[in-house]
Design a protein around this ligand. Structure first.
Ligand SMILES: C[S@@+](CC[C@H](N)C(=O)[O-])C[C@H]1O[C@@H](n2cnc3c(N)ncnc32)[C@H](O)[C@@H]1O
Length: 411
């Protein structure tokens, strides 16, 4: 997270406190109403200034806009929570924070240090799961948001918000406790200057603090970037990748007392969590020729290195040792893959592909690719004709050769 100048932070804290008063709540409600009604921002601010005063109008409008964005993730709570643009961007999903909190506390820990609380998503989830939470942040705006949000959701009796540096607290951790708590959550800021920090040594706190926390705190969990290199994961630490709707939304490293596997893939679909684990690296799946069905593994399975478990379960093989597409004789009833019926297999050649689609009456395709430089949208446009049929075209490598698989032809 970028450090905000002190004056600016003090002014934001003052505005947040003003919004937490009954007058502030009315201003927020009015701003929310105008926003939901689609009022032009300039007109809305003019009206707000007249109705609630110049001091509250701007901040109320700003928070109302963040609440509107937060609604799809935070549901009804969004109407009571306060976020700045920065803290909303860094906030995790509350359902996943609740899942993490439940697992962290399952061993009996009752006090948790949330090291870098931002707007308090993890703090609130931990308090709701029954823990006493010490919420720590370097940023005064984050601390104010966490305190106000914990109060707004009625968990403030179990939350203590303090200024502190997670780096120093972790260095001082002893006997399985950090800042007097028996468990810890660390979610380092992984953006700076509006850009993602790909190098874990540049996160805040940096990787050295992550590694030290996992070494010193048996009951801990760290949120890391989904692209984290497997080589970084310390021995005895479980790494987990979680996907929702086919995209990875978080990656976690679990402290030694909570780790129960080498790697875990978790997938959330329709509110149900599916999990897949391995106690040791299962190695790659075998490769073989393309058969009647192609299966695209969920990214959580791919990132966690568990494709071969899914392959064994489906009786499937890889189409190429370096490509994460599986193939088998029959369709798969598995949450871990999306399956496509293979209707045609041909060496990748635009002219031949066009001719084949014409022959089969296909005018619209969805293009998927793996291990190919083609641009899916561009290829789909080039393959488009007036014909009524549809298909999925998968461009990939099969046993090293650029190949097009024409799947699910219909119409
Ligand atoms: C990614 S955010 C946490 C998001 C939070 N878990 C959530 O889901 O809403 C990281 C937070 O860590 C704080 N932070 C960064 N470095 C810190 C440090 N050394 N000590 C304490 N807090 C720090 C930032 O100010 C920021 O609020």
């Amino acid at each position: 997270m970028d450090r905000v100048p002190e004056d600016e932070a003090a002014e934001t804290v003052r505005q947040l406190r003003a919004l937490a008063t009954p007058e502030g709540a009315s201003a927020l409600a009015r701003a929310g109403f105008l926003l939901d009604a689609g009022t032009d921002p300039v007109a809305a601010l003019t009206r707000l200034r007249t109705e609630v005063g110049t001091d509250l109008a701007g901040p109320a409008w700003g928070i109302a806009r963040q609440r509107q964005k937060a609604r799809s993730t935070f549901g009804a709570d969004a109407e009571r929570l306060l976020f700045t643009a920065d803290t909303l961007e860094q906030a995790g999903r509350p359902q996943l924070a609740a899942r993490r909190a439940a697992r962290l506390l399952a061993g009996g820990a009752d006090s948790v240090a949330d090291l870098g609380c931002a707007a308090g998503t993890d703090t609130i989830a931990l308090a709701r799961a029954g823990a006493r939470v010490l919420a720590v942040d370097l940023d005064p705006v984050a601390r104010e948001l966490t305190a106000l949000n914990a109060a707004a959701l009625g968990v403030d009796d179990d939350v203590w918000v303090v200024a502190g540096d997670a780096v120093e607290l972790v260095e001082a951790a002893r006997g399985g406790e950090v800042a007097g708590c028996g468990a810890a959550v660390l979610d380092p800021a992984r953006r700076a200057g509006g850009r993602r920090q790909l190098d874990p040594d540049r996160w805040s706190p940096p990787w050295s603090t992550v590694a030290m926390l996992l070494a010193k705190m048996p009951t801990s969990v760290v949120k890391v970037a989904p692209g984290l290199d497997h080589d970084r994961v310390p021995a005895g630490i479980e790494a987990e990748w979680v996907s929702v709707g086919g995209s990875i939304v978080e990656a976690l490293l679990w402290g030694p007392a909570v780790s129960t596997a080498w790697r875990r893939a978790a997938l959330v679909r329709d509110g149900v969590v599916h999990e897949l684990t391995a106690d040791a690296d299962p190695g790659p799946a075998p490769a073989g020729p393309v058969r009647g069905w192609l299966h695209e593994p969920d990214p959580a399975v791919i990132r966690s290195g568990l494709v071969s478990l899914v392959a064994a379960d489906l009786g499937a093989t890889l189409v190429d040792p370096t490509i994460a597409y599986l193939t088998s004789v029959g369709p798969a009833g598995s949450p871990w893959v999306s399956s496509y019926r293979v209707d045609e297999v041909l060496p990748f050649n635009l002219k031949k592909l066009k001719a084949l689609l014409r022959e089969r009456g296909v005018g619209r395709v969805v293009v998927k690719k793996r291990g190919s430089a083609i641009e899916p949208e561009t290829l789909a446009r080039r393959l488009r004709t007036d014909a009524a049929g549809t298909a999925t075209v998968v461009v990939t490598r099969v046993a090293g050769a650029p190949t097009a698989l024409v799947c699910d032809v219909s119409g």
